[in-house]
Design a protein around this ligand. Structure first.
Ligand code: PHE
Ligand code: NA
Length: 433
């Protein structure tokens, strides 16, 4: 059977933006920001998105489209050395680690959608989160989220992922704009915007090295970079068009939607709760639940908000599942149906483990993911710069405009040398910390 391809260029971009925009923007970002110095963190994070994110996305796109294979096959088809194949397998491991906690948070979101409608958390939001976040309940909702993800992936690239994200992403954007407009009218919204948008320069100078690993990790996380999901998505491209414009468009859209999400979350938290909420992965849930309790029509507003987050989360989780599925399909000729079923089985177990253990969850969702994605991206970049080399430039240039062509050689140096050195530095300081 012929390998599936995207129906249209726009479909590919929607799917990639769908992968990028997700719980990273809405939940992990506020969590990491409050743990790493507020707006100073935001600055470093934006710097990494710009200087590492865009060139890095292009590198993953080049590897994917040139090989037309899942990451494991991509490395072995573009090079004879077995050394590089390690990075292909690493990407499968990273995808497994990612979905193992992502689907637990996805489960919390689905639960909060229902609980907003019924008002279940309205009497005591703090206690509500404490009772539902870990344990058998959490396992149940994780399985529901995983089942939805599996049902989309099993339908394939065009009929499943492309069709789903083409509907979901516009809905996410429209609803976020409506929510942000509404949030800006709340009393006290200004304090939230100030916290979000004005960096503390002194803190930045004092502790740049301390926040760097987490900020870089978060930048990769939000762009789905370093895990191989973007290699996988680009492997389903069949048009010979320039990748440069697509990479930039995806990074810009993700950043804009991320900022938009902040314009909803921070005013709500400041206007109604009084601060950004600190204290681990649950802060956002408790803070927002408190806010929805206090506003008029809180149940409806809360339901709309959590519906948006669910759509954003599902359009990301499908990219995490697609990677290992494409690996079995491409490398072992397993049917998509079987491969999906097998990995849903794997995630049933691994996700349940993180849903039962808060300590494991914190470690996996924070430090482990930052380290693995940084390591993965270092491998992908070195491979692009040194193995694919001049061919990468040809691939990326196909039909490119004058600006993209002029940038192609500096780009090759950036991905081959400068960015890997920076990321290795980040990795080392992260491990040392
Ligand atoms: N970028 C997604 C988010 O911000 C998470 C993700 C990471 C998705 C890695 C795929 C791969 O929610
Ligand atoms: Na998403």
């Amino acid at each position: 059977m012929a390998r599936d391809v995207w129906h249209s260029r726009l479909g590919f971009i929607m799917a990639a933006v769908g992968s990028a925009v997700g719980l990273g923007n809405l939940w992990r970002f506020p969590w990491m920001t409050s743990e790493n110095g507020g707006a100073a963190f935001l600055l470093v994070y934006l710097g990494v998105v710009l200087c590492v994110g865009v060139p890095g996305l292009l590198a993953e796109f080049v590897i994917g489209r040139r090989s037309r294979r899942s990451p494991v096959g991509a490395f072995s088809s573009l090079s004879d050395s077995t050394l590089w194949r390690v990075f292909g397998h690493l990407s499968v491991v990273i995808a497994v680690v990612l979905l193992s906690f992502y689907s637990v948070v996805g489960g919390w979101i689905l639960r909060y959608f229902g609980a907003s409608l019924t008002g279940a958390y309205f009497s005591n939001p703090g206690q509500y989160f404490a009772t539902v976040s870990y344990g058998l309940d959490a396992v149940g909702f994780h399985l529901l989220f995983l089942a939805i993800t599996g049902l989309i992936v099993v339908r394939g690239i065009k009929r499943g992922i492309e069709n789903a994200t083409k509907l979901m992403m516009p809905a996410v954007v429209v609803l976020l704009i409506v929510l942000a407009a509404w949030a800006s009218t709340l009393d006290g919204a200004g304090a939230g915007l100030a916290f979000y948008l004005s960096p503390d320069v002194e803190l930045l100078e004092a502790d740049l090295l301390g926040i760097l690993p987490a900020a870089a990790g978060q930048a990769l996380f939000t762009l789905s970079l370093g895990s191989g999901t973007m290699i996988t998505y680009a492997s389903y491209l069949d048009e010979e068009r320039s990748l440069a414009a697509d990479g930039a468009a995806i990074a810009v859209l993700n950043t804009c939607i991320g900022v938009l999400a902040g314009l909803v979350v921070f005013p709500l938290l400041f206007a109604l709760v009084g601060d950004a909420g600190t204290g681990g992965p649950g802060a956002l849930f408790v803070g927002l639940a408190n806010a929805f309790v206090a506003v008029p029509y809180g149940r409806a507003v809360g339901a709309v908000f959590f519906a948006v987050v669910s759509l954003a989360a599902i359009s990301s989780s499908i990219s995490m599942l697609e990677l290992p599925v494409s690996f079995l399909v491409d490398e072992y000729g397993v049917s998509r149906r079987r491969a999906t079923a097998l990995f849903v089985g794997v995630f049933t177990v691994t996700g349940s483990a993180t849903a039962l253990s808060p300590g494991l969850f914190d470690f996996v969702a924070g430090t482990l993911v930052d380290l693995l994605m940084t390591a993965g991206l270092i491998g992908f970049l070195l491979f692009t710069g040194w193995v694919v080399g001049q061919n990468a430039v040809t691939e990326y240039e196909l039909g490119a405009g004058a600006v993209a062509s002029a940038l192609s050689t500096p780009w090759l140096y950036a991905v081959g040398v400068v960015i890997p050195v920076f990321l290795i530095f980040t990795l080392v300081s992260g491990i040392a910390a």
